[in-house]
Design a protein around this ligand. Structure first.
Ligand SMILES: [Fe+2]
Length: 615
């Protein structure tokens, strides 16, 4: 028996993953335990959880594998500095002490942390290995995929040198094909526009994607003329005269601002039409690059399937277009496509590439991520004493009673906090730590945003749909278990807008019902789809089945169980707190159901809204 621990840390979204004989036993992000969003510190809590889940000690591990080669990254920083000096001095001075203190001596530091965590001498630790950043992404995309052979495309901000990398995956081998080196980065170009339109880099990219349908692609040509030299094969170079990330502490510079007519939008200020047009433009450019790269890879490899990872693979609109464009029969995307997934890739790369162990593909065509339900679970035997300690009234129902009661409440437009089984790994809530509602309800979108999430949003929520019914609602008939594909609502369900409605703007536009499932339909009729499968997510599936039996509708709204700026809840206590602080009507913890009406009000001394930084 061989246990391998993969870890990802110190950039953003630290995580740990434990793989036993090639099977992923556990994976979790550090932020869920520390309650600090995108926590990048040493993932001690996530590691302890993974070891506990596998009943294994640090000293039992065959290897510990880190997802990045620290010296290669240091070399990139140094060379970037040298080639841009003296302009780059300021960012280098800011980055350098951190690198010198922490990253360059990463190995020594990791050994110290592990020795402390295990309570042993450093000499007793298992071997500590390092994969390259993009190798970890590629391994996370291919090895858990359901494909024996696939083209593998990784696109992100930056790893060590590569920002885009192409691989061929065959059985247990990943062969590097080519890459695009730093500073030419699709992820960083998208981040530059994220920054310029007033959102937070590394987490606001999905907002730019959500904003895009409100805009016109007015700046596409400007981007091609000045910023991005895109070749017919999808490879590209950026014009660094407009971008600041090599030499400054911001993403864009004065030349960039002059090109688009002014300074960046201050965060939280009012959105302008121009921001929407910029969002639409960079989104279209990104989709074009993704499509060209995908078809080049299909031509070069002849592969029938494509695997994707890296932060850009969270661009589910682009992913959906690759799927619909059809160069590949199947597309599989690592659910933790960002750096957290590097922990999975690092562990699997050691098992398959270093130890040359074969891959065991599942016979049912499923993937190795197990619905991404790889985190901590809490039994009713743990939940009930917790609820009693809080003096919180609840009822405990059988599985069948539970599905029926919650389906009924959903149909009555109640908002439900749904906490079941193992927590999701990756950025999306997939029915284990979700807030759910009726997708048919015209008011659900604004109720959930204003009374639960405490935000205004220009994005609709995502639908969870029974796998067998996906084609009845959306122009897609494929698995999308990880909510990483966007497709339009079928034409027969769409609602046309009146002239008066067309004159509305921004968020008001979102409140115009666009289909018979308005809570999950964007202004351009698109939806970010999660297909729900009986095999991987049985309790969630049965709930949807019960809702369908009552209403005829096989779709519900699914949003992550948290408030704005908070990491997704992990424990029953996190969930209970979020339930009590918001206007969620009903909380389901395993088989226990809490009605808000029965609860005593929560007394808190501080304003919890100040607890989380805005995302
Ligand atoms: Fe990355």
């Amino acid at each position: 028996m061989a246990d391998i621990l993969g870890i990802s840390a110190f950039y953003h979204d630290s995580a740990a993953c434990l793989v036993r004989d090639g099977t992923i036993l556990a994976a979790a992000q550090e932020e869920r335990f520390t309650r600090k969003k995108h926590d990048a510190s040493f993932p001690g809590n996530a590691i302890r959880y993974c070891l506990q889940e596998a009943h294994c000690a640090v000293t039992d591990l065959k290897y510990i594998v880190f997802y990045d080669k620290p010296l290669v990254k240091f070399e990139r920083l140094l060379e970037t500095y040298l080639s841009f000096a003296p302009r780059g001095r300021r960012s280098f001075v800011a980055a350098m002490p951190v690198w010198l203190k922490e990253k360059l001596f990463l190995k020594a530091m990791l050994c110290k942390e592990f020795a402390a965590l295990a309570g042993v001498k450093k000499s007793a630790l298992p071997p500590l290995l390092f994969t390259e950043h993009h190798e970890a992404h590629a391994a996370s995309a291919f090895f858990p995929s359901p494909f024996r052979t696939a083209a593998v495309l990784c696109m992100d901000g930056v790893g060590e040198w590569a920002t885009t990398s192409a691989w061929l995956g065959q059985d247990n081998q990943l062969t590097p094909l080519w890459d695009i080196p730093f500073p030419h980065s699709l992820g960083l170009l998208y981040s530059a526009f994220t920054y310029y339109t007033g959102f937070k880099v590394n987490s606001g990219e999905y907002k730019v994607m959500g904003l895009a349908p409100y805009g016109e692609p007015k700046y596409v040509q400007t981007i091609y003329d000045h910023l991005l030299d895109l070749k017919p094969d999808g490879t590209f170079r950026l014009n660094m005269e407009y971008l600041n990330y090599c030499t400054g502490l911001t993403m864009t510079n004065a030349r960039f601002h002059a090109l688009f007519g002014g300074p960046p939008r201050p965060p939280e200020s009012l959105l302008r039409q121009q921001d929407m047009d910029l969002a639409r433009s960079i989104q279209e450019v990104t989709e074009e690059v993704m499509l060209r790269l995908a078809s080049t890879m299909q031509r070069e490899t002849g592969a029938e399937h494509l695997c994707l990872a890296g932060g850009v693979a969270l661009n589910c609109v682009g992913n959906g277009k690759i799927l619909r464009a059809g160069p590949f029969q199947g597309v599989w995307i690592q659910p933790a496509a960002g750096d957290a997934g590097g922990a999975v890739g690092a562990a699997l790369a050691a098992w398959h590439q270093l130890d040359e162990q074969p891959r065991a593909l599942r016979t049912d065509g499923g993937d190795g991520m197990q619905g991404a339900l790889l985190g901590p679970a809490f039994s009713d035997a743990e939940i009930e004493p917790f609820l009693r300690s809080k003096d919180a009234p609840y009822v405990r129902l059988s599985d069948a009673e539970l599905s029926n009661r919650i389906a009924e409440e959903l149909a009555a437009e109640k908002v439900i906090g749904w906490f079941q089984g193992r927590m999701e790994f990756g950025p999306r809530a997939l029915g284990a730590r979700s807030i759910i509602g009726d997708a048919r309800s015209p008011k659900m979108q604004s109720v959930m945003n204003l009374k639960i999430k405490y935000r205004e949003s220009f994005r609709p929520f995502a639908p969870s749909v029974l796998r067998e019914r996906v084609a009845d609602y959306f122009e897609m008939d494929a698995d999308s278990p990880y909510m990483l594909l966007v497709a339009p609502v079928v034409e027969g369900r769409r609602a046309a807008m009146t002239e008066a409605q067309k004159a509305l703007w921004g968020i008001e536009l979102l409140n115009v019902p666009r289909s018979d499932i308005p809570a999950v339909t964007h202004v351009d009729y698109s939806a970010r789809i999660q297909t729900v499968h009986a095999e991987t997510n049985p309790r969630y599936y049965h709930l949807l089945k019960a809702f369908e039996a009552k209403t005829g509708c096989g779709v519900i709204v699914n949003t992550s169980f948290n408030v704005r700026g908070e990491p997704i809840v992990c424990t029953p206590e996190d969930a209970y707190r979020c339930f009590m602080r918001t206007e969620i009507d009903t909380l389901v913890l395993g088989n226990c159901v809490l009605d808000k009406i029965d609860q005593k009000p929560l007394v808190e001394n501080t304003d919890w809204r100040k607890e989380f930084v805005l995302d």
